[in-house]
Design a protein around this ligand. Sequence first.
Ligand code: ADP
Ligand code: MG
Length: 690
Amino acid sequence: MSTAITELKGVGSALAEKLATLGIRHLEDLLFHLPFRYQDRTRVSPVGSLAHGQEAVVTVEVVHAEVVMRRRRALLVRVADGTGSLVLRFFHFNQTQVRQFEKGVRLRCFGEARRGPGRLEMVHPEYRVIAADADDAALDTALTPFYRTTEGIQQLRLRSLTDQALARLDSVVLKDWLPVELMPGLALPSLRDALMIVHRPPPDADVAALMEGRHPAHRRLAFEELVAHRMGLRRLRHLTRHLQAPSIVPGNELARQLQAALAFELTGAQARVLAELGEDMLSTEPMLRLVQGDVGAGKTVVAALAAADAVDAGYQVALMAPTEILAEQHLLNFSEWFEPLGVNVGWLTGKLSVAKRRDAIEAVALGHSRIVVGTHALFQKDVVFDRLGIAIIDEQHRFGVHQRLALRQKGESGNQVPHQLIMTATPIPRTLAMTAYADLDVSVIDELPPGRKPVTTVAIDSSRRDEVIERVGLAVREGRQVYWVCTLIEDSEHLQAEAAEDTVATLREAMPEFRIGLVHGRLKSADKEAVMKSFKARELDLLVATTVIEVGVDVPNASLMIIENAERLGLSQLHQLRGRVGRGAQASSCLLLYQAPLSRTARERLGIMRKSNDGFAIAQKDLELRGAGEVLGTRQTGLAEFRIAELGRDDDLLDAVSEVADQLMTQQPTATDALIDRWIGDNRKDYGSV
Ligand code: ADP
Ligand code: MG
């Protein structure tokens, strides 16, 4: 259905190969390969109106030309048009050129005006000599586009190819599946008009809006892409409907026992979400549910109660976490909860010895381990479950979409699949969830357990470290426990570990009377576990840690956290880290140490952290500052990566996107297929592999 790029004039296999590196294989790809900036060669600007940095066409007369020898030999040509004068500066030139610039010769130039010594200059402008009576006929009729390109493909070539593709718009291929009536109130142009405007903007177009992607033409294309994306994910969801999962009756004996053993009542939000899970699991349609809850909202208990239901019904449970340390926390919790009830909890990570791993795998295969906790080692091919009923993934944003898909296949036999529960502490704005997680149902634990006090947050220049150490001393003397988090910009566990070791040495020297522990990613997992255990048991006053403690670590008595180099961390990461305190009855504080001077965004981030404890508000800000790919950690997976749309910028479209997508899916299967194919085409295997 799509037209191969080789059908265009002048595109042979060599050029086609180069175009393919830009992701351009079909005519459509070329049409959706949008310019990232424009030049205005449609009109002549008066020289007197030019500003520094402005690109413009001018029509001028030569006043004077000379070759000067300063640091570098240069040809300087003074030109004027009656409104002002300008210098054309050439470093590379020949004698013919020098002679050409005789006084009184008329030139049409295009270049960027820059401040020079004395007056504005254009360095190496494009120019041509024009006749004295020449009018403006030779000007362009549209703005000149610039495309992202690759070695060996000139802008001119891309322009002529897009010219060809645009010329075919009327006759061919690109059917407009979203007629204007379908998008009432949005005031968006037709597909054809949108493409014409974006590639060849008329002289009066709002260039700034085009370059920022805010122009209606741009939004029309983004809209279509978002619609296609949502339909792709919804279809993925429909496909799983044909699969079967075990029907599990909720709220049975084991779950009741577990709930009775807990030291607290569930919050209203926890109870509501647990009921939603129960309803899902009762059905033979596989559950695919994302449970969101701010850090400390109590997701783990909810997962454990759902796990209890599955175990009681005779099924196994897999619980997966993205890091060893988080998996260890879960192992601790689940063992504490389930072992007294006679349920075996297994343990499987990549760091097990060969013998231990073999035993663990055997226990899983034979069904002795009713619950298995681990890292992505649970994904490995040789791990075969006896009867997997539910797979629980914690802190989903660390798992890519591909892993999400792989997991979905885990435990699949014939058309039998396990239920799936995904937990995330990255609060995902509703609109984003509708698009990026359109294949999932979403539950939100939007209430914190009672008695939680908001964490007081302050930002402190790291030159005031001594005061901070003093404050730590005071806190410890009051019986509080403290985290000291070392961060580095490099994503190197090795360097992080080194920095943490240095910090421990300094702190031990400054506070010899305190018990100070250290945990980082390079410790053996038994050692890590031992340190975490003694911190939890209050055998340590202060825990120096790297960002390995970012997620899941739960020590309610810890009520002070210091975060070093806080200016380098993103909002979500800061919020996650800060979530380690404020879990107990005590009022907690978080000190964000920063290195001055702060950039504008760093200042903004620290300001937001000081003002807000609300994970959703912070996530929304994070999205605005960083974009969706980074927030969701899906940059590498390509799923939240759009060609044209940008979450954050195009969020206001998303309500209409869902509406239109859902309407098309029920009413227009042909359009649905065509749009998914058009926009998701080559990535389709990601969607189809379920
Ligand atoms: P998260 O949602 O961040 O994973 P956790 O499940 O780790 O949160 O819970 C944080 C802490 O709150 C744990 O110590 C847990 O035992 C406790 N907790 C969970 N639910 C409740 C509740 N309903 N009442 C009191 N404490 C709770
Ligand atoms: Mg958790």
